[in-house]
Write a new protein. Sequence first.
Length: 149
Amino acid sequence: MDANHKLCAQTSDSDLLLQNPEYYRRLVGKLIYLTVIRPDISFAVGIISRYMHSPRRSHLQAVARILRYLKTAPGQGLVYKSSSSAPTLVAYSDADYVVSLDDRWSTNGFCTYFGGHLITWRSKKQVVVARSSAEAEYRAMASMVSELT
């Protein structure tokens, strides 16, 4: 997804509800299934899946953008190779402060690598409204440490 593109449930009056929301729901459902082998689209699919109850034209355009990305980057899947070095556990976390225009909640995410191979990842809205970006980052780290433990 474009970093500057913000989706929300209520947009301008020109952004009409879709006539056939089932089409949108089927596309998003297929993308959710695809995230099992394509973790690079997990965040974008999580964003568009928030609007399955009342999809708008801008939401369908975001789905089309994800599909164009998948078409132009077909080889971006999970690859596991053998390694002769000792395996190490490495984890990364990040938070996006007040990213959702609908409810002002922050989003956090983390990924865990073992021996250089991605084994777990998650991107999720935080359950409370953070008061600062530092608080959002600490909550993201706490979520990651909890997963590691």
